[in-house]
Design a protein around this ligand. Sequence first.
Ligand code: SIN
Length: 564
Amino acid sequence: MTTDARRVIVVGSGIAGLYAALAAAERSGPADEPAVTLLTKDRLRDSNTWYAQGGIAAVTPDSAATGDSVASHVADTLAAGAHAGDPAAVELLCRDAWEHVERVVAAGADFDRGPDGFALGLEGAHTHARILHHGGDATGAGIASALIRACRAAEADGRLRIREGAFVTDLLQHDDGAVAGVRLLPSGAGETADELAGDAVVLATGGIGRIFEFTTNPAGATGDGAALADRAGARLADVEFVQFHPTLLDAAAVRAVAGEGPAPTLMISEAVRGEGAVLLDGNGRRFMPGIDPRAELAPRDVVARAIHAARRATGAVHLDARHLERERGAGFLARRFPGIYAGLGAVGLDPARETIPVAEAQHYWMGGIATDTSGRTSLPGLYAVGEVACTGVHGANRLASNSLLEGLVFSWRAVDAILAGPGRPAGATTVSRHGSDRASASRRVSALADVSTAGLGARLRRLAARDLAVVRDGRGLRAAAVATANIAAEAERRLGSQPASRETHELANGALIAHRIACAALDRERSLGAHFRSDARTGAARTTDTRDETEEAHAPEHFAAARH
Ligand code: SIN
């Protein structure tokens, strides 16, 4: 016997989660008890998507006039990814782009237009201007607002249930490992954990930036979905490929001038370099033309590493957009990049008159839960879409503005697969595999027991910023593998012995993923794309499979047991 309606649970409310929920809801009938549930741990708008500036890459029907084509978008995506991507997945991504742009426009999103149609921007490693944007530099907020409105309408219509403030602590599984639903953190003291059964769970939980000290990501990006999937036994892939954005506003430099205050997290979109802004080192010298013929528009990994080196050598790097204002007329920067202009203004910087201090910062994760091109993971019933998924489209370094696009194309395909797939036998028992692990973890003695959970989070972020950064080496990675395992084990111990808090769950998730990154980065001895080993060419890197050795020799017991 199989269940008739597909009960779909979507976890996460960035572009991929909203679009998946909407796609599933639109195809299920109104009901007293909607078959589709969208869970998000904060508010619907709290996602990386909301902050996306640059835009969404797509070849439009008008693109032929500029010589652009889907084949060219495919070639750029594969080249930026150091040819480590999956050509078939990239082909789907670029081929289906326009269809999904049209769907989000139909859902109420809009993109900036010029006299000849869409105003297309240019970003690093694109051979053609093909970036659609909204509100100049508010593309993510524009698309997310439209999708949130559409999801609210589906909710009002009885097709979708939305639960904000719902933090998923575990995946429920059938005895055979197939995913059967989720468990939620109790909503208050004395409350019991809520469990939700589903035929399909779609993880769309986004990125991992908050594992790092310097990141463009908002507070919720703690690697939750990948950690849930990992603990349930799903396969992760390419986890060592972490992307660093070249130009986060250098908060320390701003503070040195403006005095102490809350550190502003302001990304300066690659689209600013696309319009012609250049990078200057601490001596005021433009350095990118000597590093790559594409200069400031080289692939993001190349520019981020060059900035890292220039900051070390000369003390600072600045982005100079002053000439744009002279060349394009007064007010150009405020018109084209209103959000960035206002953000800089808030810290007393006028980009029309001053250069902007910048530094590289964690931005995106190419790795994640391994999926096929329909979002299927290695566990039946579990799907992953958006940044938490590793579809293979980004290879070792994502091409700018391909992430919103990936969220649309592969969410849609995942929903197609869920609705077409077989239902589960009814009545199978469900288990959560982690309760007993945590109970036994709670009995361990730990050297970190006296450090507060906030203190452990700060340690994790500092060590990730140092050892899992834009330049890595074996020594740092080995130290990181051990330290992250210890922090993860301590977090698990607390989850087993204290009333579980969201902060402790997020620490456990972030530390587990940081551990996986450290081990995979140690294992990959040669540099590729965003993974750069300073010891790769000196022969100092080890030649044996150090991941197994590191995990088994240094990781606490339950870590070794959790490997698969
Ligand atoms: C940016 O606007 O620079 C970021 C775009 C992206 O990450 O794709």
